[in-house]
Design a protein around this ligand. Structure first.
Ligand SMILES: [Zn+2]
Length: 204
């Protein structure tokens, strides 16, 4: 499937809420509201058209709560997500991989200031969202950003845009287990900072 065929998978920048039906089982961590956070994982193999420094590259995608995420970034995010759960913090991805049309739309908004709140966007082909390394996380919960500042680097994620505290990029320094391997699907503990079972609710 090509990226152009993924319009329904490309997330908006608006915060997303996972439907109650995706709540996982056997999760020991709870957020401060007492809810059990979970994450719906889609492992159907998809290769999309990404870009690295203006040149097209193939990007392997999985989905997390319906958001397309480059696979190595997803593996690192999964480890971080689990560690946050142990600490009672619920991470949510608002946006990750972007197709070329999506980046072009956001760049046009940045240029005109007339849509997407005029949020900064890289020139199409040069966004770290197009090479799969960048994720935008929801900061709606006040405990998320302090947790990221304290721990994200442990999982290879760094804040790289000073005025975008929601934007984190994986630097490739960590190699986490493949989130879509069968043993991962069975909830084998993988977090480096805790031992517990977190079920991925597979949508495929
Ligand atoms: Zn971003």
């Amino acid at each position: 499937m090509r990226a152009e065929e993924l319009p329904t998978l490309i997330p908006s920048l608006e915060p997303r809420e996972a439907p109650p039906s995706v709540l996982g089982r056997n999760v020991l961590g709870r957020n401060r509201a007492g809810r059990v956070p979970s994450l719906q994982l889609g492992c159907t193999p998809v290769v999309a058209d990404g870009y690295e420094r203006g040149r097209p590259i193939p990007i392997r995608l999985v989905t997390m709560n319906g958001v397309p995420v480059e696979r190595a970034t997803a593996n690192a995010y999964w480890a971080m997500h689990q560690a946050a759960v142990v600490d009672g913090v619920e991470l949510r991805i608002n946006s990750a991989f972007r197709s070329a049309p999506e980046q072009e739309r956001l760049y046009a908004c940045y240029q005109c200031g007339c849509c997407n709140r005029g949020t900064k966007a890289a020139k199409p082909g040069y966004s770290r969202h197009q090479n799969g390394r960048a994720i935008d996380l929801s900061l709606r919960a006040t405990d998320v950003h302090p947790w990221l500042v304290a721990h994200a680097a442990d999982f290879g994620f760094r804040a790289t845009v000073s005025d975008e505290p929601w934007h984190w990029e994986h630097d490739g320094s960590t190699h986490s287990p493949d989130v879509c391997q069968p043993r991962m699907r069975e909830g084998v503990p993988t977090a480096s900072r805790g031992s517990y079972g977190l079920d991925a609710m597979l949508d495929s």
